[in-house]
Design a protein around this ligand. Structure first.
Ligand code: PMP
Length: 305
C-alpha cells in the first residue's frame, strides 16, 4: 500500500516521510468522525502545474471547520504553501491533494476541545470513475440510502463523518454492479451522487439540485455553472423529482475527482442516446479546456504550483 503513495506528507507544519505521518489511535476523529477535509486537483497545464481553485477549496475547509468549532492552527496562506510544497517535493504535476484537519489526542468527550492536527497529502490521480468513464459514461442507480436531513448533519460541511453516508451509497451501487449511486434527499427529491453533484439536461438547459437538497455545493459544480452561463447555456438550480432522471436528455455528475462524468443509464434505463450528449460534451470541452489552454481562465482559477 505504502509504495503507491508519494514519499512526502506535510503534517503539523513540517514535511515528513510517508511512514512518519501518523495519528494516535485515541485521536477523537477516529472514534467520532470529527475531521474536515478537501479534495483538490492539480493539473499539468501549458504554463506548468497549477492547482485548480486552491484558494476556494481552502476557504471551504475553514468553513467546514467553523461549523464544528475547530480552529485550525494555520492560516489559509500557510496551508496553500503546504499544498504547493507537497506537490513540488513529491515531483507531482497532475495529482490529487488532500488537506485534512482533525480533532486529535487530548480529550475524549464529544465536546472536548482537543488539539487540531492538520496534514496535506498528494498522489497522482487519473479519472476517478474509471478511464473510459469520461467518454462513454457510467451506469448509476438511485440508492436505497437517503442523504441526511438538513437538520441532522450539515451537508455543507465537508466533514469525515458525512462520508459514512457516501460509503453506504457508493458501496451499495458497486455491489449491485452500477458505477455510482445517486441519493435522494430526506424530502424524497434528488440530492446528489455519493461524492459528486448532479446535472440533468432538458432542451439544452442545465438543471441542478439546490443547496437545500442536502448537497455539498461543489466547487466543480460552481465552475461548471459559471462556464455554462458564460457560454450562453441556461442553468437552473431547482428541486428535481427522481423520475426526471429517466426523462432527461442527458445526465452527468461532477466533482473534483469525477470531473465531468456522463451517466449513460440509471436504474437500468438508458439516459438519452446512452452516451455523452451534446451539452455534456460541450461542458467537458469548456472544463478540460481550462487545463489545456483552450478555455480562457478569466477567473484566476488556475493557481500556479
Ligand atoms: N458532493 C459530495 C458529497 C462530494 O464529496 C463532492 C466531492 N468533494 C462533491 C459533491 C463535489 O465537490 P467538489 O466539486 O468541490 O469536489
Amino acid at each position: 500500500m505504502a509504495q503507491q503513495y508519494p514519499e512526502w506528507i506535510w503534517q503539523n507544519g513540517a514535511i515528513k516521510p510517508w511512514a512518519e505521518a501518523t495519528a494516535h489511535v485515541m485521536s477523537h476523529a477516529l472514534h467520532y468522525g470529527s475531521s474536515v477535509f478537501e479534495g483538490i486537483r492539480s493539473y499539468a497545464t501549458p504554463d506548468g502545474a497549477a492547482i485548480f481553485r486552491l484558494t476556494d477549496h481552502l476557504s471551504r475547509l475553514y468553513h467546514s471547520a467553523k461549523i464544528y468549532d475547530m480552529v485550525l492552527p494555520y492560516t489559509r496562506d500557510e496551508l496553500a504553501a503546504a499544498c504547493r510544497e507537497v506537490i513540488k517535493k513529491n515531483g507531482l504535476s497532475a495529482a490529487y491533494l488532500r488537506p485534512v484537519a482533525w480533532r486529535g489526542l487530548g480529550g475524549f468527550g464529544l465536546s472536548a476541545e482537543t488539539p487540531i492536527d492538520v496534514a496535506v497529502a498528494a498522489w497522482p490521480m487519473g479519472p476517478y470513475l474509471g478511464p473510459e468513464a469520461l467518454e462513454q459514461g457510467i451506469t448509476a442507480c438511485v440508492s436505497s440510502w437517503q442523504r441526511f436531513a438538513p437538520n441532522t448533519i450539515p451537508a455543507g460541511a465537508k466533514a469525515g463523518g458525512n462520508y459514512l453516508s457516501g460509503q453506504l451509497i457508493a458501496r451499495e451501487a458497486r455491489r449491485l454492479g452500477f458505477g455510482e449511486g445517486i441519493a435522494l434527499a430526506s424530502s424524497g427529491l434528488l440530492s446528489e451522487g455519493a461524492g459528486e453533484n448532479l446535472f440533468l439536461v432538458f432542451d439544452g438547459a442545465l438543471h441542478t439540485t439546490p443547496a437545500s437538497a442536502s448537497i455539498l455545493t461543489g466547487i466543480t459544480r460552481h465552475s461548471l455553472i459559471t462556464l455554462a452561463r458564460e457560454d450562453g447555456i441556461e442553468v437552473i438550480e431547482r428541486d428535481i423529482p427522481r423520475e426526471y432522471l429517466y426523462l432527461a436528455d442527458e445526465v452527468f455528475m461532477c466533482g473534483t475527482a469525477a470531473e465531468v462524468t456522463p451517466i449513460r443509464a440509471i436504474d437500468g434505463k438508458q439516459v438519452g442516446a446512452g452516451k455523452a450528449g451534446r451539452v455534456t460534451r460541450r461542458i467537458q470541452e469548456l472544463f478540460f479546456g481550462l487545463f489545456n489552454g483552450k478555455t480562457n481562465d478569466q477567473w484566476g482559477w488556475l493557481e500556479p504550483v
